[in-house]
Ligand binder design. Structure first.
Ligand SMILES: C[S@@+](CC[C@H](N)C(=O)[O-])C[C@H]1O[C@@H](n2cnc3c(N)ncnc32)[C@H](O)[C@@H]1O
Length: 332
């Protein structure tokens, strides 16, 4: 058990009887074991989706992107390829590009190929080893470009290398913004608007659509999305001394049209007890751990959200089927 997890346990032990049953996830929980234990002791049980992404989680997400039913990746990539000249004209020459949640680093390529003398590329991701590997590959392919990977949680203050005089532009593809609840998304955008003053943000946003299409995208028959979701339990067993039996939990994802979001859970298929960080966590039969939201927006709703965070919404690109959107937001 990590010292941080031990401190967590000590914290729970000193809580008065009754108050330790449903603690909030502590705001400063930088460590997976701490956050996991706190989340499993909350009611309802939950864990932030940012913990999906250890190296194996990042590799599984790459596989998710290739699932036929998972339309966001291919649709957004096609939009980037088709409109790179307009997008890079808006970004401008000699810009410094900061990418939030860079993942496999595929979506930056059409922009890098079209940008005029980019000064630097700063990919940020929480999945450290994976990010370094991706950055090394891009460095081989773009030897003239200054590439500086930053392992960080973009929902917190991220320290960037000291500001150059280059125009700074953000890139946030993948509709990762949808994993944040609207209030958190507004907070993220407000921070980004501050960081990117004088520049802008190019951001991919998944659109409200036929619930059947959304449902299929998160419930592939090959079970790749289920494996991605269950990787949280694999990670818990490895990093938090847990003993989850994967077969005793089911992947459960559905579209909630009232909230306009996909909701993802791991559901216990029996009454059971699991050990996490040396503590026992009890599950009732059918009890769920919430693992992810993926909010969907209309174009207008997202423009309103961006404006409320201090951006001036400008160009929007959508595919012909209106599955996905990419927005250019100016940080005035
Ligand atoms: C939905 S994937 C998108 C990946 C890629 N941008 C794409 O469009 O395919 C989210 C990415 O953001 C990263 N990520 C998620 N939450 C994060 C956080 N709080 N801070 C930094 N990176 C995060 C994950 O590691 C992952 O690479």
């Amino acid at each position: 058990m990590t010292p941080r997890a031990q401190r967590s346990l000590a914290r729970f032990r000193t809580l008065p009887a009754g108050e330790g049953d449903a603690p909030d996830i502590p705001a400063d929980a930088a460590n997976f074991a701490d956050a996991l234990l706190a989340g499993l002791r909350s009611d309802p049980k939950r864990i932030s989706c940012k913990y999906f992404y250890d190296s194996e989680g990042s590799r599984l997400f790459e596989k998710v992107c290739g699932i036929p039913e998972y339309y966001p990746t291919r649709t957004e990539l096609a939009l980037l390829k088709a409109h790179a000249p307009e997008m890079t004209a808006l970004i401008g020459a000699e810009a410094e590009i900061v990418e939030f949640g860079a993942g496999a680093g595929e979506k930056i390529r059409p922009l890098l190929d079209a940008l005029e003398r980019p000064r630097a590329y700063l990919p940020i991701d929480i999945s450290g080893a994976y990010l370094r590997g991706i950055a090394a590959r891009l460095t081989e392919e773009y030897p003239a470009l200054d590439i500086r990977p930053i392992v960080a949680d973009f929902t917190r203050t991220v320290v960037l290398p000291s500001a150059s005089d280059a125009r700074r532009v953000g890139f946030f593809p993948g509709s990762t913004i949808g994993n944040l609840a609207p209030q958190e998304a507004q907070q993220f955008l407000a921070n980004a608007a501050n960081m990117l003053k004088g520049g802008g943000l190019l951001i991919g946003v998944d659109l409200v659509k036929d619930p059947g299409v959304l449902h299929a995208a998160y419930n592939d028959p090959a079970g790749i999305t289920a494996a991605f979701n269950k990787n949280l339990l694999v990670r818990a067993n490895r990093e938090a001394g847990a003993n989850f039996e994967l077969a005793r939990f089911a992947h459960y994802a559905f579209y909630n049209p009232m909230q306009r979001r996909i909701e993802v859970y791991l559901v216990s298929n029996a009454a059971q007890r699991v050990t996490v960080c040396g503590r026992t966590v009890a599950f009732a039969e059918g009890e769920a751990i919430h693992t992810e939201w993926s909010y969907k927006y209309t174009v207008e709703d997202f423009r309103r959200l961006a404006a409320s965070a201090g951006f001036v919404p400008r160009a929007v690109w959508c595919d012909a089927e209106r599955l996905f959107s990419i927005h250019w937001l100016e940080a005035a």
